[in-house]
Design a binder for this molecule. Structure first.
Ligand SMILES: O=C(O)C1=C[C@@H](OP(=O)(O)O)[C@@H](O)[C@H](O)C1
Ligand SMILES: C=C(OP(=O)(O)O)C(=O)O
Length: 430
């Protein structure tokens, strides 16, 4: 197994240009593929999750042309129907590819086999399949009930009714339905059953759908009405913002190791909920400033404060707070993050185990984690990353606390940020 030793980085300051947003990249590719006319997608993220979506769309007969060596891609819209009606799609561990493609393909009148890595086959999809079945979809589980792999078959779809979907396991199910159901051309209402988690991701979905010409009327977070007769239309060109979750590691770095660290590519005008990570960091005492397209963080005079917060709205960036908590003056508690248990790994268990390796006292409940830092961090802890990019990126912050740390299997960052450690290294070198 590959290991990366990170030496202490006592002071860090500088500017990072962020890679593109994963959530925006994969939504935009799928919407562009279903639109009338070509869309030039600019600054697409270059990472495993996006590659899975690009491969799937190409297999489905969508023409996608990279513009030279750039991250600009011309997607030739299909008007809503993919030409290929029989396909085997490997979707890795990309939730933003698997869930939306399941919904889109369930309406496509074809035979599609959707599968991923072993962990993807442990990540739930039953709530989405149940909702699609109400619309008439024919979807079979090939392994365990409620989980990928899936086999989709042609079916007579009638969306013109109320489609219920549970919202308490993943918001990606609602996102998938919202993006796919306009393809039926019928009026449809989606009703969220129970609590909806990760709400800001629905804002990203609605925002991008609107840019492609489909408007959704909503009543709070409970009912979403899509009027019939709407089609996705290319906006011509669309720019992918920087990734706000990726920004969290650098902003935390600024708050831990002096700063200022500035990230470019997200700011006040971002459509990503994870920009609210800056608020959580500010609550810990970090000095934050923000422009339309940048955010900057620096360490406070007297060190970081422990906080007790509900971070259901920023589940990905919340992990960064759990590690930043190692520098706080007491016990930090992160609440309402049960969804961590069904992501790339069981993130509550993984975070607790690895934080203890550096000496923290950790209390884990079904949906929360409390972290109390030790008087002195344990040097050279070997951090397991569980094939979870965020575990690797989060624990790099230990080096910013002046303590050497060893990251096992560092290449797992490829899911969303393949050159993360190079970018961090350059920033550290000044
Ligand atoms: O819709 C999206 O782009 C995402 C939604 C969130 O998932 P959940 O809704 O499952 O929390 C988030 O964790 C994931 O990384 C991306
Ligand atoms: C949960 C994540 O990914 P996915 O899109 O696969 O759900 C993540 O990137 O933290």
């Amino acid at each position: 197994m590959e290991q990366l030793t990170l030496h202490p980085i006592p002071r860090l300051a500088g500017t990072v240009k962020l890679p593109g947003s994963k959530s925006i990249s994969n939504r935009t590719l799928l919407l562009a593929a279903q639109a009338d006319g070509p869309t030039l997608v600019r600054d697409l993220l270059d990472s495993d999750d996006i590659r899975r979506m690009l491969e799937a769309l190409t297999t489905l007969g969508v023409q996608v042309e990279q513009q030279g060596d750039s991250r600009d891609f011309l997607v030739h819209g299909t008007g809503g129907a993919f030409a290929v009606k029989d396909a085997d799609l490997f979707l890795g561990n990309a939730g933003t590819a698997f869930r939306p493609l399941t919904a889109a393909l369930a309406l496509m009148q074809g035979n599609y086999h959707l599968h991923g890595v072993a962990r993807m086959h442990e990540r739930p999809i039953g709530d989405l399949v149940d909702a699609l079945r109400v619309a008439g979809a024919d979807i079979a589980y090939l392994g365990n009930d409620g989980f990928p792999p899936l086999q989709i078959k042609p079916a007579s779809i009638s969306a013109g009714k109320v489609i219920p979907v549970k919202g308490n396991v993943s918001s990606q199910f609602l996102t998938a339905l919202l993006m796919a159901l306009p393809l039926t051309g019928e009026s449809v209402t989606i009703e969220v059953v129970g609590e909806l988690i990760s709400k800001p991701y629905i804002e990203i979905t609605l925002n991008l759908m609107a840019r492609f010409g489909v408007n959704v009327q909503r009543d709070g977070w409970q009912r979403f009405n899509i009027a019939g007769g709407q089609h996705y239309q290319s906006p011509g060109e669309i720019h992918v913002e920087g990734d706000a979750s990726s920004a969290s590691y650098f902003l935390a770095a600024g708050a831990l190791a002096g700063g200022p660290v500035r990230v470019e590519g997200v700011g006040r005008s971002s459509i990503q909920g994870d920009v609210k990570f800056a608020d959580a960091l500010a609550l810990m005492g970090a000095e934050i400033s923000m422009g339309d397209n940048w955010i900057e963080a620096r360490a406070p005079q007297g060190g970081l404060k422990a906080i007790d917060v509900d971070l259901n709205h920023i589940p990905d960036a919340a992990m960064t707070i759990a590690v930043a908590a190692l520098a706080a003056n007491g016990t930090t508690t992160i609440r309402n993050v049960e969804s961590w248990r069904v992501k790339e790994t069981d993130r509550l268990a993984a975070m607790a185990t690895e934080l203890r390796k550096v000496g923290a006292t950790v209390v884990e409940t079904q949906d929360s984690i409390s972290v109390t830092p030790p008087a002195t961090l344990i040097a050279n802890a070997e951090i397991d990353t569980y094939d979870d990019h965020r575990m690797a990126m989060c624990f790099s912050l230990v080096a910013l606390l002046g303590t050497p740390v060893i990251i096992n299997d560092p290449k797992c960052v490829a899911k969303t940020f393949p050159d993360y450690f190079e970018v961090l290294g350059k920033l550290a070198a000044g």
